[in-house]
Each structure stands twice: as structure tokens, then as C-alpha cells.
Ligand binder design. Structure first.
Ligand SMILES: C[S@@+](CC[C@H](N)C(=O)[O-])C[C@H]1O[C@@H](n2cnc3c(N)ncnc32)[C@H](O)[C@@H]1O
Length: 263
């Protein structure tokens, strides 16, 4: 039973804009002043909605994604801003030599919103992002930790039972896949859920990678209820209770989303 925003790109776009305006931009702004000319890159930009509030501030925005359909939609929806040179959406791999050559040391802010959990080899990828930062630049990450009840992204499943069942994504692979197959999930869903299972980004591993990459945490916010659940499930966002945020491993199971800015 996929949620309606997984099926309708315009709804997804509007939710990206609203969530970014209310939560992502204000969070980034706590450590980085945003003004006309601030250069912002979003990796995994999808339909490009997250960047809209930044473009409204006068920031120069570049979105990059490995899904060409989503980049086409981004270019269509924001055609005016793209024509005006305020936004650019690219179907590109950030590891491509021409991407690195063009954008080396170029950005003030890099955004990965609900993207890092989709990207393999995070130990290599996160330090690589530093190549695109200006001196003093910052990277924002927002993602659902792996061990939270729906950390496998099972809400994208087409069947009600598999989309609503918590925590079964942490079962061994053969059992997890077996349940998904038995429920009748299609190959596309199996592939996407398999990719998320391969990356398994927990709060602890993420913080270890930051440390190894020489990136300092400048700001963080953990959520008991992810701000995007407002759209998905009609739930009010709720910050995590502070003492829980200091309990390694346990916090992963009951924290549905984390925001970090690092630099
Ligand atoms: C869940 S969507 C998030 C879209 C948007 N950032 C948002 O918050 O709604 C994750 C996006 O990351 C993209 N993606 C996954 N791996 C990527 C990579 N290595 N480089 C760029 N984009 C990637 C996917 O194609 C997808 O559009």
C-alpha cells in the first residue's frame, strides 16, 4: 500500500517544499547564514522541492540525482527559476570527473535530505563530499536511522501488511526478502528495499564516519516523530527527549529521523 506521495510527483514536490521551508532551511540557518549568492548543492534532490525555499532566499541552487525521470520533473516544475539561472538540475553522478572539475570548492552548503541511506559506501562518499565545499562550507544530513521501526523504508511496499509492519527489516536478509516475496511485493520494491538494507546507516556508524572524515558536528536534532510524518501519517512532529539522544544504540530504535550539520 504505497503512500500517495510515492505515486504522485506533484504531491511529493509540494511536501518537499513545505518540509524544507519549515524544518530543513531553519535548521541549516542556525549555523550558516543564507543570503543572495549562497551556493547550495542538493545530492539526491528528487523533484527539487527541498531547494525551492533556498532559491526564494536568492541562493544559487544545484540539484543532482541519479534518477533521470525525477530530474526531468524538477526541470519542468522549476522551469522559470532554471531559465533565470537561479536553479540547475542535473542527472549526474557526483563521482564523474566533469562534475568534480566544475564544482570543486564551489558550495557553501551541501544538502542530503533522505538521501544518505540510499547511497552505498558511505565511508568513501561522505569524505568525498568535502571536495565540493568552499572553506567554511557545511553539509546537512537528514535521514531515518536504520533501526527505527520503519528504517527499512517498508512504507514504500504495495501491500498493507508489509508497509505497516515495524522492524522486520532488521531480520536476516533471507527472512526479510522471503516475507516481502510471500506478500507479493514486486521486483522494483525488492530492489529498493535491498539497497537500503545494504547501507544500514545507524546514528553510531554515521557519527563514526564523520569523525573519521574529519568533519565536526556543528548542530544536531533528533526527532521522535519525523517532521515528514505530518504528510505521510498525519502525525505532529516531535523532538526526541534529550536524555534519549545520549543513549547510544537504544536511541536508534526510537528515533525516526535525525538532522545534522557538519563542517
Ligand atoms: C528518498 S529520495 C529524497 C528526495 C528529496 N531529497 C527529498 O527529501 O524528498 C532519495 C533520492 O536520492 C537519489 N539518489 C540515490 N543515490 C544517489 C546518488 N548516489 N547520487 C545522487 N542521487 C542519488 C534517488 O534517486 C532519490 O531521488
Amino acid at each position: 500500500m504505497a503512500l500517495k506521495q510515492h505515486l504522485d510527483e506533484k504531491i511529493r514536490f509540494e511536501q518537499q517544499v513545505d518540509n524544507s521551508r519549515s524544518y530543513v532551511l531553519p535548521f541549516i540557518e542556525q549555523t550558516m547564514p543564507l543570503h543572495g549568492g549562497t551556493r547550495v548543492l542538493e545530492v539526491g534532490c528528487g523533484e527539487g522541492g527541498v531547494l525551492i525555499p533556498f532559491a526564494e532566499r536568492g541562493c544559487i541552487c544545484v540539484g543532482v540525482d541519479l534518477n533521470p525521470l525525477r530530474i526531468d520533473i524538477a526541470n519542468d516544475i522549476s522551469a522559470k527559476e532554471v531559465a533565470a539561472g537561479k536553479m540547475e538540475f542535473l542527472y549526474k553522478n557526483v563521482y564523474d570527473a566533469d562534475f568534480l572539475e566544475r564544482f570543486k570548492g564551489f558550495f557553501d552548503v551541501i544538502i542530503l535530505k533522505d538521501a544518505i541511506e540510499h547511497i552505498p559506501e558511505q565511508e568513501k562518499f561522505i569524505p568525498y563530499l568535502k571536495n565540493f565545499l568552499k572553506i567554511g562550507g557545511q553539509i546537512y544530513f537528514g535521514f531515518p536511522p536504520w533501526y527505527m521501526p520503519f528504517g527499512g523504508h517498508q512504507q514504500i511496499c504495495e501491500k498493507k501488511i508489509t508497509s505497516m509492519l515495524p522492524w522486520y527489516h532488521i531480520l536476516p536478509n533471507f527472512l526479510y526478502k522471503g516475507i516481502l516475496k510471500l506478500a507479493g511485493e514486486n521486483e522494483g520494491v525488492l530492489k529498493e528495499l535491498g539497497e537500503i538494507k545494504d547501507t544500514q546507516i545507524t546514528i553510531e556508524r554515521f557519527e563514526r564516519i564523520l569523525k573519521k572524515s574529519g568533519l565536526k558536528v556543528l548542530n544536531k536534532q533528533h526527532y521522535l516523530i519525523n517532521p515528514i510524518y505530518k504528510y505521510k501519517f498525519g502525525l505532529q512532529p516531535r523532538k526526541q527527549w534529550a536524555p534519549i539522544t545520549h543513549l547510544p544504540y537504544l536511541r536508534d530504535f526510537i528515533t525516526t529521523c535525525v538532522y545534522y550539520t557538519v563542517g
